[in-house]
Design a protein around this ligand. Structure first.
Ligand code: UDP
Length: 387
């Protein structure tokens, strides 16, 4: 009856399901463990009517015109006029993040700031992006001093909280997401499109999945329905010859037989305040103090107006242990973990119709737009093979 089974109704699964259904790939069964669609993008009004992101702030940003156009079929947007801007609380003040030439002037004052600005531009070129670890290696003592300031005040403690490791210990691609900008650009991302679905992510997912050839079943543990055997895939005990797109954690699928793949998890602490404004910014990073990494104030993230009071969320990172109810958010990208992941991936080698897609299943640090592109590409590949 079904040509494809998609496990997980997050961004990877929902886009892949839609793309296959629309391309005439036949009936798609989407199995979702949680009681809702949207994965970690899921948002909903809280008891005060304020739209909150249940699994932490998700800001869509992309330079991929095709991806933006594709999602725009399912939602209108609240695009941030000035882009997404983040500040960090340092010594009681707020400084723009990523650290950029505006931050430099704030920290060092106009006179010294101008001298240092020239040095940075001469060394790296105007408009360039420099990783903090690279900046620290500069031969120029003044630049090393800036790097030391940025390292101490932006990266070290935030990264220790987020990862339990120093910036040197984690994969450079992670801190590389937030480079030092040799420009006056205060935006957190440099992408053309930045914002959130105007009415929220969940309605966008509802539209994505609203197709006559897509059936979504919520609250279903896929492992109880889909079995991998030497010879192939079973659905409810019967041979299934279609494609399966798996977007969950791969180690769990195999009962963690080689040991658990390490992840970082987060605890979200929501608070509603009986005032109109808490911090005046959508996201404030706590880079030198506190146990939480950042506070998000939803009204600025979503552009929602007309509510009374304001809702915020604090994020407390911790090591994922696999205990029921914990959610694995971030893969920890070191060589040992990648090798362990490959061992699990190897277990799917003999199953050409079994596809791994997404942050969890591929053990990667994907942004939403890259995930949409990945899902579209996989759907195309599957359709090619059908022809
Ligand atoms: N980071 C930091 N200080 C900041 C912002 C980011 O140290 O103020 C580091 C930290 O290690 C973080 C990484 O840069 O995990 C990537 O940040 P990003 O905001 O991309 O993380 P996400 O929003 O995906 O959690």
């Amino acid at each position: 009856m079904y040509q494809t089974i998609v496990i997980g109704a997050g961004i990877a699964g929902a886009v892949a399901a839609r793309a296959l259904a629309e391309a005439g790939g036949g009936k798609v069964l989407v199995l979702e463990r949680r009681g809702h669609i949207g994965g970690n993008c899921y948002d909903r009004p809280d008891e005060y009517g304020i739209l909150v992101h249940e699994y932490g702030p998700h800001i869509f940003h992309t330079n991929d015109e095709g991806v933006f156009k594709y999602l725009s079929r399912f939602t209108e947007w609240y695009l941030y006029p000035q882009g997404h801007q983040v500040v960090a609380k340092v010594d009681g003040g707020l400084i723009p993040i990523p650290f950029n030439l505006n931050t430099l002037h704030l920290v060092y004052g106009e006179e010294k700031g101008s001298v240092l600005e020239k040095k940075l531009i001469d060394a790296y070129g105007e408009g360039s992006r420099v990783g903090i670890l690279e900046l620290k290696k500069s031969e120029d003592a003044d630049i090393r001093q800036i790097a030391e300031f940025v390292y101490e005040n932006v990266f070290l403690r935030y990264t220790m909280k987020q990862w339990g490791q120093t910036p040197e210990e984690i994969s450079p691609e992670v801190t590389g997401r937030v480079p030092v900008l040799i420009s006056r650009d205060n935006r957190y991302f440099q992408d053309r499109y930045q914002g959130v679905p105007r009415d929220g992510f969940t309605p966008m997912f509802e539209k994505l999945l609203a197709h006559e050839d897509i059936e979504v079943q919520l609250g279903v543990e896929a492992k109880e329905r889909v079995t991998l055997t030497e010879g192939g895939i079973l659905l409810d005990g019967e041979a299934f010859r279609g494609n399966v797109i798996f977007t969950g954690a791969l180690d769990e699928l195999f009962d963690c037989r080689f040991g658990r793949l390490p992840y970082r998890s987060l605890r979200f602490d929501f608070e509603h305040l009986d005032k109109n404004d808490f911090q005046g910014h959508s996201v404030v990073n706590y880079t030198v103090s506190e146990d939480f990494t950042r506070i998000t104030e939803f009204q600025y993230l979503t552009g929602q107006t007309g509510c009374s009071g304001t809702t915020i969320v604090r994020e407390y990172p911790f090591a994922y242990s696999g205990t029921a109810g914990e959610i694995p958010y971030y893969a920890i990208l070191d060589e040992e973990n990648k090798m362990l992941y490959e061992k699990y991936r190897g277990l799917t080698d003999g199953l050409p119709n079994f596809h791994l897609l997404g942050r969890l299943a591929e053990y990667k640090y994907y942004n939403m737009d890259v995930m949409v592109r990945g899902a579209l590409t996989l759907a195309e590949r599957i359709m090619e093979e059908k022809r």
